[in-house]
Design a protein around this ligand. Sequence first.
Ligand code: CP
Length: 362
Amino acid sequence: MNDVKTEYSHLIDLNDYPVEWWEQVVNLGKEIYENPEKYAHKLDGKILATLFYEPSTRTQMSFQTAMLRLGGTLIGFDNPSTSSVAKGENLKDTTKVVSSYADVLVIRHPLAGAAKAAALTSDCPIINAGDGGHLHPTQTLTDMLTLKLEKGRLNDLTIGLCGDLKFGRTVHSLVKAMSCFSGNKFVFFSTPELRIPSYVRDILDAGGIEYEEIDALEKGIDKLDVLYMTRIQRERFASEEEYSAQKDIYVLDRHKLMRSKPDLAVLHPLPRVDEITVDVDGDSRACYFKQARYGVFVRMALILTLLENDCCKPKLLSGKEYNNVKCSNDKCITNCEHYLPKSFKGFGDNLECEFCNERTLL
Ligand code: CP
């Protein structure tokens, strides 16, 4: 039986923490947004490291801005090919070394479960800045602060999510988080190929949370309080043909926006490609550039919270090791970094991987 505890408060998955903790971080983000000068020297002398194995503009730079605005400094790489990763160094060793230089480490990686794998050997708190198609919890904190500031609440919202619901880690994190607030309902707009994963639907079903799946934005936009648009992510598809078959199916333009409520909030984690036409940008319902800015304040709040290290410290692994079982997700970190424990939790006839949450039939 695994029982891997941790000395540090990491943020791997928001659901490792109680809802009250998320609210505390979001409320602190709002307080910092309103009074930034009070926080300008809170982290003088502290160091944040960014290990970005995958491209990023907002997440990386908003973390860097957040640390600088708290008085701290930065180290890290944004391109593994210029680090010793290019010489074959594994994630364990890179994490072990960099976490001995820094006070907090932010990691983005193309493989699901990479942040949890890094946390197993880290000597400082780890923040998951996106692990493959799995989770993106700090985007969710950003989205929650945006809803708090733009809608005034996190409950009783009808939330539409549109586009790549299968590989969209921001979607998975947001649905899991918002399903914990009372009165929220979900409308999923996607093709059958990019449908929301079964593990997310199972969470909604188990909680008795209302959701529907619709194939066209026009059929449901009028009932929404929030519309979360997403990019069809070319980099997540096995072939160019599969990507081409999915792109450009869902496009929000001014014509479709006319059918929505006047106080709809349109969010997008960005980057945008073609899924929102630029003529929507000037509409009062378009919140996505404000959303990107709010990300700095909530990340300031998160860094402060984790460095206080007096919040709870969720266990990293608590399932069972099955050394002869291979996770069925080719993009799971356990299929690349072979020293990792093959740790699963029982789920009916399936085993759920503790790194990527994918189910594997026993
Ligand atoms: N929203 C988001 O994660 O953007 P980046 O990929 O630019 O960090």
